[in-house]
Design a protein around this ligand. Structure first.
Ligand code: VGL
Ligand code: ZN
Length: 218
């Protein structure tokens, strides 16, 4: 496969500390687990770094997103008494609180190629999984305009989590007319509730999303 970079952009979805399991730090100890750790979250970082440097060398834009919630956000179990059991869909442990260490991009993520960081989920009454629209499917983040003004038609998606923010971003991108490839070895899912990962793969496939691997790009 020959990749056409001139109209391509790389999206790095929510590669933040709170979505990653503990990892060894420089002193050999383990870092604190992320509040909403996605299994294998750390493993995708070197893959994404390879991709982002490649896109940057080719002059193609690299965009990252950051889940960026105010304290007391509507998606937090702590803010939703009815969801205290954690069974309700779309209710999560407190995570990615604005300005917290958990909200920071993963320390091993190479930020040098990243041209734009889109923050989402910052309205206390509205959650946002997609890089393009808040969960009302109406309020835009501005990313569509950024990409279209630059003449981008083809998107490559990486990051966390496959069955939430990656899926919502991929489906919105298809609806907006982009060609979309998810880089399978550069994403990981939460699979909560069980089965949501498989369902996400099916929904994305049905929407015309392609699945490729790092080796197909390099
Ligand atoms: C995400 C759940 C809550 C994600 C964000 O990045 O996939 N999932 N907030
Ligand atoms: Zn969130």
């Amino acid at each position: 496969m020959v990749l056409q970079f001139t109209q391509s952009a790389l999206l790095i979805i929510d590669v933040q500390n709170d979505f990653c399991p503990p990892r060894p730090m420089q002193d050999g100890r383990l870092s604190a687990p992320g509040a909403l750790a996605v299994p294998g979250g750390n493993e995708i970082v070197p893959v994404i770094n390879r991709l982002s440097n490649l896109f940057e060398q080719q002059g193609a834009p690299v965009v990252a997103t950051q889940d960026w919630h105010p304290a007391g956000h509507c998606s937090f179990a702590s803010a939703s008494p009815s969801a205290a059991t954690g069974q309700e869909r779309g209710i999560w442990p407190d995570h990615c609180v604005q300005g917290s260490a958990g909200a920071e991009l993963h320390p091993a993520l190479d930020q040098h190629p990243i041209r734009l960081i889109i923050r989402k989920g910052f309205r206390s009454y509205l959650d946002s999984y997609s890089a393009f629209f808040e969960n009302d499917h109406h309020t835009p983040t501005g990313l569509e305009g950024y990409l279209k003004v630059l003449g981008i038609t083809q998107l490559y998606l990486t990051g966390l989590a496959t069955d939430y923010c990656v899926k919502y971003s991929a489906l919105d991108a298809r609806r907006l007319g982009f060609t979309v490839s998810v880089i399978a070895d550069a994403v990981r899912g939460v699979d909560y509730p069980a089965g949501s990962l498989q369902q996400a793969l099916e929904e994305m496939t049905a929407a015309g999303v392609q699945f490729i691997n790092l080796k197909d790009v390099t």
